[in-house]
Design a protein around this ligand. Structure first.
Ligand code: GUN
Length: 282
């Protein structure tokens, strides 16, 4: 049977390391704060925001909470971001996405000071990653690198296939695997023979956004399979992009859903907040 990559355990390990770091920073008189901005009351967003605030509390990061109504204008939201950009106490700014339709997401992302861009979505952060300069990295792909490293899986020289090309997961994932000296292929909906490509993967990153899309026919014997998907199946149970029961017996290692990639995203957000305070804090 494969090694089950335990994201819950690894994320807890990271949060505990960060808690110690934050305690040490406090002894030097350094407090860390994250601005958490939510526009409207989308139920899924409310769950994410609550979990992010809980993680802040656990680690010892102060959360500066801005919960504003759906009717908030773009100008009003930009004014909040400006206030956070200027606030020396605030180390990171997180605007929970999606924002309501009358607000332009790109304008919001670009308004965040790159020094406080703990989500790693600003074009400056993405550009820095692309040319190998320091900067904040999108949390889900950064978390996947931690899952691999902390499970003793080396990336160097491996055939890495990323299925999905979103700005938040697929593209930064490919760049991070490249930075670790993987041989990287990105696939997407127009890829001609997807199975033929994924079958070559030593490390397969499944981020296609379709429930249980990948069965064993897509996977090489002994591959490492990382499942980024999160869906509810017909019985309201959580499942990923990978048909776990079919694929797992053929892998050397695999992430479960839930309890794989999911918990890593918040852990890496917390990591980015601490890094921000260490690099730019007063
Ligand atoms: N909405 C879904 N995932 C994310 C995320 O990682 N960051 C933000 N800001 N919004 C999200």
């Amino acid at each position: 049977m494969p090694q089950i990559i335990d994201g819950k355990r690894i994320s807890q390990e990271i949060k505990d390391e960060l808690r110690d770091k934050v305690a040490a920073l406090k002894e030097q008189g350094k407090e860390i704060a994250l601005a958490v901005i939510q526009v409207g009351e989308d139920p899924a967003s409310s769950v994410y925001v609550r979990n992010k605030k809980r993680a802040c509390e656990y680690i010892g990061i102060k959360s500066l909470s801005y919960e504003v109504p759906e009717s908030t204008t773009q100008e009003e939201l930009l004014a909040i971001i400006d206030e956070c950009n200027k606030n020396p106490e605030c180390n990171g700014i997180l605007v929970q996405l999606p924002v309501p339709k009358h607000i332009d997401e790109d304008t919001i992302i670009r308004a965040i000071d790159p020094k406080k861009d703990v989500d790693g979505f600003h074009p400056m952060s993405v550009g820095a990653l692309t040319i190998g300069e320091p900067g904040f990295v999108s949390c889900t792909p950064a978390g996947i690198i931690q899952l691999l490293k902390r499970s003793g899986i080396s990336i160097e020289g491996k055939e890495c296939v990323v299925v999905g090309r979103s700005n938040i997961v697929g593209k930064p994932m490919a760049l991070l695997l490249l930075r670790e000296n993987g041989t990287v292929t990105i696939c997407h909906s127009r890829t001609k023979d997807l199975r033929e490509v994924t079958k070559r993967a030593d490390i397969l990153i499944a981020a296609i956004g379709k429930p249980k899309f990948f069965d064993a026919s897509y996977v090489k014997e002994g591959a490492v399979v990382i499942d980024v998907g999160i869906h509810r199946n017909e019985n309201n149970k959580l499942c990923g992009d990978v048909d776990y029961d079919d694929v797992a017996p053929h892998c050397s290692a695999i992430t479960p859903v839930p309890g794989g990639v999911g918990p890593m995203t918040i852990a890496m957000l917390m990591n980015n907040c601490v890094e921000s305070a260490e690099m730019f804090g007063e």
